[in-house]
Design a protein around this ligand. Structure first.
Ligand SMILES: NC(=O)C1=CN([C@@H]2O[C@H](COP(=O)(O)OP(=O)(O)OC[C@H]3O[C@@H](n4cnc5c(N)ncnc54)[C@H](O)[C@@H]3O)[C@@H](O)[C@H]2O)C=CC1
Ligand SMILES: CC(C)(CO)C(=O)C(=O)O
Length: 302
C-alpha cells in the first residue's frame, strides 16, 4: 500500500513512523524536519513506545500514484495543501487526519474520494525530529465522508491497527468529527486561556462556561442536520465529564501548546466554525464567540 502524508508535523510524522513498518510511506514536511530526520532518524517517545524510526520524507512529494493521501496540516493550511498537491490526488483516497469543522468539505472541492477521520491521541513536539505521544483518548476512527463506510475506510483502519494505532470505522464519520470538535471547543480554548490541564475544567466556574459552549454548539448541529452520537447537550456534557476528560485529565490542550510555542491556534475552525454557522442560521453563539476572541487575545499577548 502506498501512502503519502501531506503537511506532516507532530501527528503526521508520528503516524508516518508507525505506518512505515507496514506500508510504503512518504511524508511531505518542512525542510528542517526532513533534514533532522535524515540525519538522526525520527525519535518517538511516550505511550506508543520508545523508538527511532527511519522513513522517507522531504519538502516535496515524489511522482507516482498513491492509495491514500493523508492530510495532517493544521486546518488553516488545508486549502493551501490541496491547491499545491491536488494534481497528485488521482484515484487516491484523500484522508483528513485533522481536528476542526470544515476540512473534509474543503478537500471535497478537489476530489470525490474523501475519507473523514478523528484522532484523539496527544502528540507533542520534543525537537525537529522528535515527538512525545502523551495521551490516548480512544480509537482513531475512519469513514467515508460525510456518511457510509466501505472497503477503502476499512482497509485503512486495518493498517492502522496492524501498525499499533487502535482504530475502527464509523458509518457516520461526520458525526464523529463533530463530536470531537465539540470536545475541542469545550476544552481547548478554555484550557489555553486559563493555562490549565483538562481535569481542572471540571470545576464549577469552568464547567458553567463549557455548558454554554456545548448548548450553543448543539443548536448549530441541529440546524445543520448533523446528528451527534450523544442526543442532547446534557448527554454530551455527561459523556465529556464521565468518559472523555478522565483519561486526559492531566493533558494541556494542543491549543495551549500552540500558544506557548508561538504558533497560531485552530480556534477559528472550532468555536469560530460554530460562530460562523450561527450567523448563517440566525442562532446566537455569544459564549463561543467570547472564546474565539479570548484565544486570539491570548495569541497576541504571548
Ligand atoms: N497534536 C495533537 O495532539 C493533535 C492534533 N490533532 C490535529 O491534527 C492536525 C495536525 O496537528 P499537528 O500535527 O499537531 O500540527 P503541526 O503544526 O505539528 O503539524 C502541521 C504541519 O503542517 C505543515 N505544513 C503546513 N503547510 C505545509 C506545506 N504546504 N508543506 C509542508 N508542510 C506544511 C506545518 O509546517 C506543520 O509542520 C490539526 O488539525 C490538529 O488539531 C488532532 C489530535 C491531536
Ligand atoms: C491531545 C488531544 C487529543 C486531547 O486528548 C487533543 O485533541 C488536543 O489536545 O487538542
Amino acid at each position: 500500500m502506498r501512502i503519502l502524508i501531506l503537511g506532516a508535523g507532530a501527528v503526521g510524522l508520528t503516524v508516518a513512523a508507525m505506518l512505515s513498518e507496514h506500508a510504503e510511506v512518504y511524508a511531505v514536511c518542512r525542510k528542517r524536519y526532513a533534514d533532522a530526520i535524515s540525519a538522526d532518524g525520527f525519535v518517538m517517545t511516550g505511550i506508543w513506545g520508545e523508538k527511532t524510526c527511519r522513513f522517507p520524507c522531504g519538502e516535496s512529494a515524489p511522482a507516482g500514484s498513491w492509495d491514500y493521501i493523508i492530510i495532517s496540516t493544521k486546518s488553516a493550511a488545508t486549502r493551501e495543501i490541496c491547491e499545491k498537491y491536488h494534481h497528485l490526488f488521482g484515484d487516491a483516497e484523500i484522508v483528513s487526519l485533522q481536528n476542526g469543522i470544515g476540512n473534509e468539505e474543503i478537500i471535497g472541492e478537489y476530489t470525490s474520494h474523501v475519507i473523514g477521520a478523528m484522532i484523539i491521541t496527544g502528540f507533542e513536539w520534543r525537537g525537529d525530529n522528535a515527538v512525545f505521544v502523551s495521551v490516548d483518548g480512544g480509537k482513531t476512527m475512519f469513514g467515508r465522508f460525510p456518511k457510509g463506510t466501505d472497503d477503502a475506510a476499512r482497509k485503512l483502519s486495518v493498517l492502522f491497527n496492524a501498525s499499533g494505532i487502535r482504530s475502527d470505522v464509523s458509518s457516520d464519520i461526520k458525526s464523529v468529527v463533530w463530536s470531537k470538535a465539540f470536545y475541542s471547543c469545550s476544552l481547548n480554548p478554555l484550557g489555553a486561556v486559563m493555562e490549565c490541564p483538562y481535569g481542572e475544567l471540571r470545576k464549577a466556574p469552568a464547567w458553567n462556561i463549557i455548558t454554554n459552549i456545548v448548548s450553543e454548539a448543539f443548536a448549530i448541529s441541529k440546524a445543520e442536520g448533523v446528528e451527534l452520537p450523544q442526543k442532547s447537550a446534557s448527554a454530551y456534557l455527561d459523556f465529556l465529564m464521565q468518559e472523555k476528560i478522565p483519561p486526559t485529565a492531566k493533558h494541556y490542550s494542543s491549543m495551549y501548546q500552540d500558544i506557548i510555542s508561538g504558533r497560531l491556534t485552530e480556534v477559528d475552525y472550532m468555536n469560530g466554525a460554530i460562530v460562523k454557522l450561527g450567523r448563517k442560521h440566525g442562532i446566537a453563539t455569544p459564549v463561543n464567540e467570547m472564546m474565539v476572541n479570548l484565544t486570539h487575545f491570548k495569541e497576541e499577548l504571548r
